[in-house]
Ligand binder design. Structure first.
Ligand SMILES: O=C(O)CCC(=O)C(=O)O
Ligand SMILES: [Fe+2]
Length: 325
């Protein structure tokens, strides 16, 4: 099917303003930025590369599609996460696609996803910060009560790579803090989609709208069969809205036909990152009975967070890398 979708009304209203602001940032981050989302390919490879300061910058600026650190956690450590957390997964509070399960809070659950949602916003933002506030000590407790510190290990690794940046969990000026480090199980596939806050959250003023680049880390915690992630060499621009499904967060497949692809297998213990402004999708997982977890399927458990770069032209100080889920 080659269907062209109608752009949501929001573009004609608030997004036009947000987008022109986003493009006016004159970042002084360590390399001259490519024009974000100018529709051209900048990938120099389709293979995964190791994590380093250079590769992380290349990921943010769209020059490399995928970072992979195999063995970031051992299979034994991953199994501890599965035993403790997989039985506790719950469905997303709001989701317009195949079932997504989680522990923690996803800002996505409070976003306008369907076309109609953009015109019927109420208190979603307040609700998000209220719900997120219940989870802010979650990773500290996992560490002290269970010795499970993977979120800190990822955060510390990035912080150490960028001593010249402020690396922080995202928070609003008035002190409201986002939640970073959701555990997710995306077993039933996702729509083809992007995660790019300057558009996704343009319904209200959120600090995450001021990121110039957005990437995601996924730490794969379960050895599932299937569940491969495909990243397409197509970055979101306002033109992509023509392909947006009015009933969900998804985009029509025709937008990625002919584009180069990078594939990420959910290898247990691997830490993977990609630029979430690129169109991407997750395949369904083969169902496997798991009596040892008391479940009739094996959740594709990951620990995940977005990471967005706010340039110094905007912070009026050092570049700021913010984390949120
Ligand atoms: O779990 C994955 O491999 C990717 C899921 C996804 O859509 C994302 O991290 O933005
Ligand atoms: Fe995504």
């Amino acid at each position: 099917m080659n269907r062209t979708f109608i752009a949501p009304n929001v573009f004609r209203r608030s997004y036009a303003r947000a987008y022109s602001t986003a493009l006016s940032y004159n970042t002084s981050s360590p390399r001259a930025p490519l024009v974000p989302g100018n529709g051209k390919s900048h990938w120099k490879t389709t293979e995964a590369v190791p994590l380093s300061r250079e590769s992380f910058l290349a990921l943010l600026y769209g020059e490399t599609p995928l970072i992979k650190s195999p063995g970031f956690l051992s299979p034994d450590e991953c199994w501890k996460y599965e035993k403790l957390l997989s039985p506790l997964l719950e469905p997303y509070k709001y989701n317009t696609g195949p079932l997504l399960r989680k522990i923690g809070v996803a800002q996505f659950e409070y976003q306008a996803q369907r076309n109609d949602d953009f015109n019927s916003r109420t208190n979603e933002q307040d609700q998000y910060f209220q719900d997120a506030s219940q989870w802010l000590d979650f990773h500290s407790r996992l560490r002290t009560e269970h010795g499970l510190d993977a979120w800190f290990r990822v955060f510390d690794k990035i912080t150490t790579m960028f001593p010249d940046w402020d690396v922080q969990v995202a928070s609003e000026r008035h002190g409201k803090t986002y939640f970073s480090g959701i555990f997710r199980a995306l077993n039933d596939a996702t729509h083809l989609h992007v995660d790019f806050s300057p558009y996704d959250s343009s319904t209200e003023d959120w600090i995450i709208n001021s990121v110039e680049c957005q990437a995601v880390f996924n730490l794969y915690l379960a050895p599932v069969k299937g569940g491969i992630t495909t990243v397409h060499d197509v970055q979101w621009t306002k033109e992509a809205l023509k392909y947006r499904d009015p009933e969900s967060y998804g985009y029509d497949r025709s937008i990625a036909v002919g584009a180069r692809k990078a594939y990420c297998e959910p290898t247990v213990g691997a830490l993977c990152m990609f630029n979430s402004r690129n169109m991407h999708e997750v395949d369904a997982v083969k169902v496997e009975n798991m009596p040892s977890l008391g479940l009739n399927y094996r959740p594709r458990l990951t620990l995940s967070s977005f990471m967005g770069l706010i340039p110094s032209s905007r912070t009026k100080g050092r570049p700021r890398l913010i984390f949120w889920s």
